[in-house]
Design a binder for this molecule. Sequence first.
Ligand code: EPZ
Length: 418
Amino acid sequence: MDQLRIIGGQPLSGAVSIAGAKNAGLPQIAAALLSTAPLELTNLPKVSDVANMLRVAGIYGAEVTQDARAVRIDASAIEPREVDYETVRKMRATMLVLAPLLVRFGKARVSLPGGCAIGARPVDMHLKALSALGATVSVEGGYIVADAAAGLTGGRIVLPGPSVGATETALMAATGARGETEIVNAAREPEVVDLAHCLIAMGAEIEGAGTHRILVRGPTQWRAASHHGIPDRIEAGTYAAAVAVAGGQIELVNARLEHMAAACQTLEAMGITLWPSDRGVVVSGTDRRKPAEIATEPYPGFPTDLQAQFMAIACLASGTTIIRETIFENRFMHVPELRRLGADITLSGSTAIVRGGAPLKGAQVMATDLRASVSLVLAGLAAEGETIVNRVYHLDRGYEHLDRKLAQCGAQIERISQ
Ligand code: EPZ
């Protein structure tokens, strides 16, 4: 398994190009299965989760072709096959194919995604959304079995919470339902809005994406479409955190400041300055980092996917930072590893108390999930001496060439292939 070797202490400079958003691309690949006309996606990031999702589309019989500019998915000849548990277990986003398959075939059987390192991650809200449109849904032997032989009928979906995935399932199902669907308490993440834009390009009638109430009129007359996905606000936030940790100044090319308001507000409270440039966003660090109060929330609040990265900044702040994780029940796996680097962090339930200021010292650390692993890389950029991050495959799920991009900005980091 590959490792990353980092020698801390180098400030960053230059520019990084922010790739397309992984969490926008994954549902859009699933959405391609709704249509008998081809969908072209430009700006998909070259990360393993996207490669896996394209492989899943291929398992159902979609024809996937790609060149340097775009990925083309032709789902005209797909069949209701089955994707094995092993594939779904590795990436829960594969269950986003449930709604498209139900729309196309009137039935679907998809493996129940297990929990994952950050929490149980149930799918009850996805199933509730499908039932509200007339499907009969059950869980049998580790599989979700959905049936709508007479097709789906538009209705009112009230989500118990603004779940990103459940909103995406509801959106895709509603495009195939007869009549109007109202989705209440919808998630407002930019990735949900981007999925709606992709579906509209494909012929869907959707209003209100980005608000808590979305209206969809179906069934959709699908047409061939091309969609350019949004840049990855979490990748951008990660590199902004890298500047906060390592110091220096970099330009985040393609980043969109309007998708990063909560993270920028916290960075500024911690002493970091950001401003828009004609190519994206410039981030400038300081060695006088201030502590902050952080609570993760659904968009437009502070994103849970940046919590671990900002904890690395907090380790270097002059004072105590309080971080509350309100979205997932177990998203502090980076804490024991940050402690190995000398961080002073106390956990109390879903709250982490980070006493900054003690210098970090390089050590061997273990990655456990995508965002926890990148927080260890960030901490390594500031730690004295050598840090080795193991199980780097977690990083490759969601970051395109992370080590190469950081090295190009002056970090002393290399990938050691085992
Ligand atoms: C998406 O996951 C993202 N993944 C996650 O990013 C992100 O952390 C999360 O949204 C929150 O922003 C993708 O988009 C592929 P949720 P999702 O449904 O859709 C509970 C990363 O690092 N819930 O909004 O699974 C759930 O347990 C990943 O890129 C239910 O109870 O998140 C969680 O506590 C990690 N029942 C909360 O809602 C359900 O049916 C939010 O989950 C669905 C969710």
